[in-house]
Design a protein around this ligand. Structure first.
Ligand code: GLY
Length: 351
């Protein structure tokens, strides 16, 4: 088992390895000692496969549980779903000392974390990621949210989990498209911080040691969260590829997975950065080739004019500018604020 300690305002451990759902009851005992009941939130993809394992562990340690299942997919990450979940917790008489459990991918983790932040002004929750994307990114760092019609994650809170238990067995049942979606975030992490990881992915493709790779990506995220938990500075780097990515994801009505959208967004900013002389031409060439090796898209046909308004409503906007993450080399990126005209020209250069 790999353990990464996250030194956030409320610190916790991320444990990564096979068979870890069997330890869930014990982890709750250590991290939420007053809890007697758990609200296990999951979706109809992960729940049937993995909720029984989690419930078995809870039962063995004498913890009572109620299960709340959502339809899978980003369409469930709404304010309406949040209120329904909170009403369910209230009608089941969950108390402030009980614990919410998020068993699933990013949608389940973000929604459950936000529900935990809101219910009775804040209850404990534990992340149980079952997708690669959730394991390496969204389950760690305490960003919780639901989407609003105007954009992704526009309603949310920083609320750190008590623990993250990443049972890598759950990745074995992940559909190939969802696994590849997570690989886009792995590639993003390598472009941001880790040239050796990038070279390893070029050599080995998706044939990597999953627990070791997840621990390596989580360690990079730990460093960022330790430095900038509330996302007022360097944490913005984690948005590489997301300004355009969130926009094409929404424009496609979520027909593009988050990872496919981030792949397009990342490829576009790399090509634009090379055209502007911010990085060597080798950078977009290697990034496009690696994304393609993983079966991820690198281009979009959506016209730029139709994408501009949504990009400008992104929450990475401050005043009249949007912070765009611009590669300088494989393993090093910079945050560049751009106004509307600069953003338009930059994206045009990469599309
Ligand atoms: N997923 C981006 C962040 O945690 O800041």
């Amino acid at each position: 088992m790999n353990t990464v300690h996250i030194p956030a305002s409320t610190p916790y451990d991320v444990q990564i390895g096979p068979g870890l759902l069997a330890l869930l009851g014990a982890v709750i005992g250590e991290t939420c000692p007053k809890a007697t009941r758990c609200l296990l939130v999951t979706d109809d993809a992960a729940g049937p496969l993995w909720a029984p394992k989690a419930l078995e562990s809870l039962e063995k340690t004498g913890l009572a549980a109620a299960v709340y299942t959502l339809p899978h997919g980003e369409a469930s990450k709404t304010a309406d779903s949040l209120v329904k979940l909170l009403n369910s917790a209230a009608s089941e008489h969950f108390t402030r000392s009980d614990v919410f459990l998020a068993l699933g991918g990013g949608m389940v983790g973000d929604l459950t974390g936000f529900a935990a932040a809101c219910y009775m002004r804040g209850v404990a929750y534990i992340q149980l990621p079952t997708t690669l994307l959730a394991a390496i990114d969204s389950s760690v760092g305490g960003k919780t949210a639901v989407d609003l019609p105007a954009g992704k994650n526009l309603m949310g809170a920083f609320w750190q989990p008590r623990a993250v238990l990443c049972d890598t067995d759950t990745l074995s049942t992940l559909p190939a498209a969802d696994f590849l979606s997570g690989c886009a975030e792995v590639i993003k992490t390598a472009i941001l911080f880790d040239p050796e990881l990038f070279a390893q992915l070029e050599r080995e493709g998706a044939d990597f040691d999953r627990p070791a790779l997840i621990a390596r990506c989580v360690a990079h995220k730990r460093d960022i969260v330790a430095e900038d938990e509330r996302d007022t500075g360097r944490r913005a780097l984690l948005n590489l590829g997301h300004t355009l990515g969130h926009t094409v994801e929404a424009q496609s009505d979520f027909a593009l997975t988050h990872g496919q959208a981030v792949a397009i967004g990342t490829a576009v900013v790399c090509r634009a950065a090379a055209k502007y002389g911010f990085c060597a031409p080798e950078v977009p060439a290697r990034v496009d080739a690696l994304l393609e090796k993983f079966g991820l898209p690198t281009h979009t046909d959506y016209p730029l004019d139709g994408l501009m308004e949504r990009m400008l409503s992104d929450k990475k906007r401050a005043g009249g500018t949007v912070s765009v993450i611009v590669p300088e080399a494989i393993g090093r990126c910079a945050i560049r604020p751009m106004d509307r005209a600069a953003l338009h020209d930059f994206m045009k250069a990469g599309l």
